[in-house]
Design a binder for this molecule. Sequence first.
Ligand SMILES: C[C@@H](O)C(=O)SC[C@H](NC(=O)CC[C@H](N)C(=O)O)C(=O)NCC(=O)O
Ligand code: NI
Length: 137
Amino acid sequence: MSDAPGFRYMHTMIRVLDLDKSIAFYTEVLGMTLLRRDDYPGGKFTNAFVGYGPEDKEAVVELTLNWGREEPYEIGTGFGHLALGVNDIYAVCAELEKRGAKIPRKPGPMQHGTTHIAFVEDPDGYKIELIGLDTMQ
Ligand SMILES: C[C@@H](O)C(=O)SC[C@H](NC(=O)CC[C@H](N)C(=O)O)C(=O)NCC(=O)O
Ligand code: NI
């Protein structure tokens, strides 16, 4: 649609069980910035937004904590991953492992393709794909 309204991709929301642990992972391990943290007492939840730049410039991740939730979420078979681009995926993965990150899929060429990828797991088990930007065709 040539006259489509100006959509802009803002964020992806994931529900987390321990907001401080998730914020620490996305900021201290993945190098994001905590952009804002909003409590909603009426809904008994908190949203924390993390990313590599301000929300009016970059898509970010919205971490949602439902107060009192203890049962792990079922991530399910539909969700795949969030993806981050990196230069020198091998050096980045070595550094992430030093920071205690779990990397269930070690860096290397993707199956059936040539781009080098890895998968990191966040505290709730969500997969974060690392894409070696310097290996993209
Ligand atoms: C700020 C904006 O980006 C939001 O996503 S807030 C939207 C709001 N979120 C929640 O209620 C989260 C807690 C909820 N228990 C959950 O786990 O989804 C939302 O979805 N509101 C629903 C509505 O109809 O307003
Ligand atoms: Ni949202």
